[in-house]
Design a protein around this ligand. Structure first.
Ligand SMILES: C[S@@+](CC[C@H](N)C(=O)[O-])C[C@H]1O[C@@H](n2cnc3c(N)ncnc32)[C@H](O)[C@@H]1O
Length: 247
C-alpha cells in the first residue's frame, strides 16, 4: 500500500493522480467539515479569515474560489461584497457546501487546470489547501493567469512544514500517525488521510511555489508563514509584463 501511495503522488501521470484525488475527496465529503475543525483545532478558520483579508476591496468584484471544496470561503468572500464562483471537481464536496448553505449561487464542477471561463473575467482568485493536490501546477498557474484580469490578486493558502527542526520532526510524526489515525477513524477512510498527510510531507517549499508563480506572470509576491509555518499564505498580482519578460 505504501508503494501504491508513493505512485499516487508521483506527478508523471496527472490524469491518473487527478482521478485518484477526485475519488478521494468524493469519499470523504461527508465528514470533511467536521474533520477540518477537529484536526486544525479550529485554527483553519483564522487562516481563512486572514487570507480573505489580504485581498483588497472586493465589493462587487468577481472572485473565483478554486478547489473550493465545501465552500468555507464563499460566505467570507460574499460578506465582503464579492460575487463568488466556487470551482471544484468533486461534486459531493460542492453539494455538501450547498447543503450547508455556504455555496448559494455559482458552483462549477470542473478541473481548475481547465476552467470553463473566458479570459480576464475575474478580479481576484483564491485557492486554499488545493495546490498540493495538483500534479500539473504550471498548467494551473497558467490557467489562473488566463482568467484573472491584469493586476488581479491571487491568494494561495496551503499547509506547509514548519521551519524549526524540532517542531518539524514532531509535525512529521503527527502527519505519519496522528492525522491518518484520527482522519481514518472519523471518516472511515484511513487511506484518504494517509494520502493527505503524504501531500503535506512531499509538497514543494513556499519559496519554490513563489518562484513558479513569478515565472507564470505573478508579481509583488508576499509569503506569510502562519502558526510556526504549518500554514503559508502567498499573495501576488497578475502582471503581463513579468510573464513576457520571463518566458
Ligand atoms: C483540501 S480540499 C480544500 C477545500 C477548500 N478550499 C477548503 O478550504 O476547505 C481540496 C479540494 O481541492 C479539490 N481539487 C483538487 N484538485 C482539483 C482540480 N484539479 N480541479 C478541481 N478541484 C480540485 C478537491 O476536490 C478538494 O475539494
Amino acid at each position: 500500500m505504501k508503494e501504491e501511495l508513493k505512485y499516487r503522488i508521483n506527478n508523471t501521470s496527472p490524469g491518473m493522480r487527478k482521478k485518484f484525488v477526485r475519488e478521494t475527496f468524493d469519499s470523504i465529503a461527508e465528514t470533511y467539515d467536521v474533520l477540518n475543525r477537529v484536526l486544525s483545532l479550529g485554527v483553519d478558520m483564522s487562516w481563512r479569515k486572514f487570507a480573505v483579508n489580504m485581498l483588497g476591496d472586493i465589493r462587487r468584484k468577481n472572485v473565483i474560489d478554486l478547489c473550493s471544496g465545501t465552500g468555507d470561503f464563499v460566505p467570507l468572500l460574499s460578506t465582503k461584497g464579492a460575487c463568488v464562483v466556487a470551482v471544484d471537481f468533486s461534486l459531493p464536496m460542492l453539494i455538501k457546501g450547498k447543503e450547508a448553505g455556504r455555496i448559494k449561487e455559482y458552483a462549477v464542477a470542473a478541473d481548475v487546470c481547465r476552467l470553463p471561463f473566458a479570459g480576464e473575467l475575474f478580479d481576484a482568485a483564491l485557492v486554499a489547501f488545493g495546490v498540493r493536490n495538483i500534479p500539473d501546477i504550471n498548467v494551473f498557474i497558467d490557467e489562473i493567469f488566463r482568467v484573472l484580469r491584469e493586476d488581479g490578486e491571487l491568494v494561495v493558502l496551503e499547509l506547509t512544514r514548519p521551519d524549526n527542526f524540532i517542531i518539524r520532526s514532531l509535525y512529521k510524526l503527527y502527519l505519519s500517525f496522528g492525522l491518518p489515525l484520527i482522519g481514518g477513524i472519523v471518516s472511515g477512510r484511513p487511506r484518504a488521510y494517509l494520502y493527505l498527510s503524504k501531500t503535506i510531507e512531499s509538497f514543494i517549499e513556499p519559496a519554490h511555489l513563489a518562484r513558479m508563480l513569478e515565472r507564470g506572470g505573478f508579481t509583488k509576491i508576499r509569503i506569510l508563514r502562519r502558526f510556526l509555518g504549518i500554514a503559508t499564505i502567498i499573495h501576488c498580482r497578475r502582471c503581463e509584463h513579468i510573464r513576457m519578460s520571463l518566458q
